[in-house]
Design a protein around this ligand. Structure first.
Ligand code: ADP
Ligand code: MG
Length: 684
């Protein structure tokens, strides 16, 4: 059999050297690459009834031209042409931009097929493609046409044709990668058929089956990679088994001003057990905002210190790093632990000093931003690394960190509420601990929505809380006035608030302030000198001022649920009642739903679930930001059950001898080898 994975594309009839070069620019070198170059969507040429079409959906309609097109000109080049088209019972207003030359083809009574974006309020179709000839209509109607991402000199139409040609010549040589038992168990299409249908589906049922197969394959490969890595890591025992004096850790916990919640105690125990294992810890710690992750981090840093190692805590922003340094110092200094801060904006001299302390081992715990993983930082004896809000760190940064020490224990903390099962499957190689409980006595933050014109009463409310000795945050989406967006901006808001809140003091903080200034303002807010802090979203993650009881969010409809929840988490961090006031435009549809959810529940995981329900695959996790993986075919949210099934299958496979030895698993092993996971990296 021909190995399509080694066959150059020039073997396909119609592809010469020149064309091959163009294909190479798309990353297509072999015939198999061509087969695996999947469309990212399909043009749907099935005739639709406009009654069923959603607003802004792209649809195909058929109808009779009724009347003569009207053309309007904007300057010499831009035109807008419109004509009524009578479809099945509905008169549609069809609109073309800059395509006036089609006018003659649109004579009254002619049957046309139009593809375009549907505006269901105005019964208007903005046409993207018009099919006039019967021949063309016949060829395309009822079909799903693949759309590929192309660039340069490659045209979609041509690509479609050569892929078809490649199937004719070499389709039968496509090798199955999955073992027969898995294909049987999940009733999957074989690889050749699945790939063919991905390119040329007859209908959506057909397409669904093909996608199901490709999704499973992709997710199984993903999970296999993690499981193999995990498997070999455990085998190599390359971490350091720390000899943790547990009695000292117990004393530390006893001396805390509060009792740990059961969830905190459990999570701490899980992580402490990791420190004592000869395998490096690789653990994700999830906990809703305010659940008390920081003290768990402090206890672990202490345990690491009394075991004789240096520790590092990494935060996504300078504000947060400074605050963490402050908090960790408070917890650990009484025990003789030296905590130093290392951020990008420190002066060269300050940095040099800190670096020296780190290198000589005089600093026991280093707290910092990304600056921590730069080349110039040399640790003395790094044993534990903790990152806060890990989703802000890319995969590469994580890897860099791990290289800093002799494979230190690593704990990733996050408040992004990812359902546990999804977290376990998506972060393949990590163990997951969850703090699913808030400290006792916390009252849910009372959340209300108000209209922008009710701001007077909001101001009064802030004033009242200040009189009771409390503090408030006021969040705005922008810093300065913007012509484009009519959003409240921080400087404007500050100007309005300042006089109204007398005698209480206001302060302003945003991402563009110099670090020293940020530090000063934040410091004054922490110490209570500033009562009301006007801010952009820089306070979003992690800032902890328990005395603050009011969170006002301007233009709340602009924020996603996750962000709103994070912002709200800045208050309600003591046993006093706290409030969140969402100033939102009542006319925004998406906003309405989000505000409803925010006023109904306070539970991050519940919010995540509801958001999933409304939007399905969504920005909730902000996949790019979250560090969650991205896939070619699979969708993390939609296919999340498959992700879990694939994980279980991968675990079973990797732990079986058959997987490593038998012929029917050879294609999978070869793929892992190709991905650099097997042999080369792990068995040398
Ligand atoms: P997050 O998980 O959002 O990082 P923090 O660690 O900042 O939460 O903790 C939020 C607040 O709760 C802090 O003021 C902290 O001192 C307090 N806290 C943490 N654990 C407990 C507990 N077990 N009992 C009472 N208060 C606690
Ligand atoms: Mg925190």
């Amino acid at each position: 059999m021909t190995k399509v994975s080694r066959l150059p594309v020039t073997e396909v009839a119609g592809i010469g050297a020149q064309r091959a070069k163009h294909l190479a620019q798309l990353g297509i070198y072999t015939v198999l690459d061509l087969f695996e170059y999947l469309p990212y969507r399909y043009e749907d040429y099935r005739i639709r009834d406009v009654h069923d079409a959603a607003h802004e959906e792209t649809i195909t309609v058929r109808g009779k031209v009724a009347g003569v097109p009207a053309v309007r000109w904007y300057g010499r080049k831009k035109s807008r042409m419109s004509v009524k088209v009578q479809t099945d019972g509905v008169w549609v207003n069809a609109v073309w931009f800059n395509r006036h030359y089609l006018k003659d083809k649109l004579y009254p009574g002619r049957t046309v097929v139009l593809v375009g974006k549907w505006d269901r309020h105005r019964l208007q179709l903005t046409v993207k493609r018009s099919l006039f000839s019967e021949k063309e209509q016949k060829r395309l109607l009822g079909r799903l046409e693949p759309v590929y991402s192309v660039s340069g000199s490659v045209r979609i139409e041509w690509l479609r044709n050569v892929i078809r040609q490649a199937f004719d010549q070499f389709g039968d040589d496509i090798e199955e990668t999955l073992p027969p038992e898995l294909i049987r168990r999940y009733k999957l299409l074989n690889r050749r058929d699945a790939l063919y249908v991905m390119h040329f589906p007859r209908d959506s049922r057909d397409g669904h089956q093909a996608r199901r197969r490709m999704v499973y394959e992709e997710l199984l490969m993903f999970q296999l990679k993690w499981q193999v890595l995990r498997h070999t890591r455990k085998k190599r025992l390359n971490g350091t088994a720390k000899n943790v004096p547990l009695d000292k850790v117990r004393e530390f916990i006893k001396a805390l001003p509060f009792t740990l919640t059961d969830a905190q105690a459990r999570v701490l125990k899980e992580a402490l057990a990791d420190l004592q294992q000869p395998v490096a810890m690789n653990r994700l710690l999830q906990g809703d905002v305010g659940s008390g992750k920081t003290v768990v981090a402090a206890a672990l840093l202490y345990a690491n210190y009394v075991s004789g190692f240096q520790g590092a805590l990494m935060a996504p922003t300078e504000i947060l790093a400074e605050q963490h340094a402050h908090t960790i110092r408070e917890y650990l200094q009484p025990y003789g632990v030296d905590v130093v801060l290392l951020t990008g904006s420190m002066t060269a001299r300050e940095k040099r000093e800190a670096l020296g302390m780190v290198q000589m081992g005089l600093a026991h715990v280093v707290v910092g931003t990304h600056a921590l993983i730069q080349e110039s930082v040399h640790f003395h004896r790094l044993g534990l690394v903790i990152t806060d809000e890990q989703h802000r760190f890319g995969v590469n940064q994580r890897a860099k960190l791990r290289e800093k020490g002799e494979d230190p224990d690593v704990l990733f903390m996050t408040a992004t509420p990812i359902p546990r099962t999804l977290a376990i499957s998506a972060y393949g190689d990590m163990d997951v601990s969850t703090i699913d409980q808030l400290p006792a006595g916390r009252k849910p933050v009372k959340t209300v929505q108000v209209k922008p014109n009710q701001f007077g009463s909001v101001m009064e409310f802030i004033h009242k809380e200040c009189r009771r000795g409390r503090q408030a945050y006021v969040i705005c989406p922008l810093i300065e006035e913007s012509e484009k967006l009519d959003l409240q901006n921080a400087y404007d808001v500050l100007e309005q608030l300042e006089p109204a809140l007398q005698p209480y003091r206001t302060g302003l903080i945003h991402g563009k302030l110099p670090a020293k200034e940020k530090e000063r303002v934040m410091g004054e807010f922490v110490s209570g000198k500033i009562h009301v802090l006007v801010s952009t979203t820089v306070v979003e993650v992690g800032v902890n001022v328990p005395n603050a009881s009011v969170m006002v969010i301007y233009d709340a409809e602009r924020f996603g649920l996750a962000q709103l929840h994070q912002l709200r988490g800045r208050v309600g961090r003591s046993d006093e009642q706290a409030y969140c006031i969402l100033v939102a435009d009542p006319k925004s549809d998406t906003g309405k739903e989000r505000m409803r959810i925010m006023t109904e529940t306070d539970d991050g995981f519940e919010i995540a679930r509801k958001d999933l329900k409304i939007r399905g695959p969504g920005d909730f996790f902000g996949v790019k930001q979250s560090g969650l993986p991205e896939f070619k075919v699979a969708d993390l949210i939609e296919d999340y059950r498959v992700l879990e099934v694939a994980r279980q299958d991968a675990v079973k496979l990797v732990n079986s001898d058959a997987f490593w030895e038998e012929e029917r698993f050879r294609p999978l092993r070869e793929q892992l080898e190709g991905e650099d996971v097997l042999y080369r990296k792990n068995f040398d």
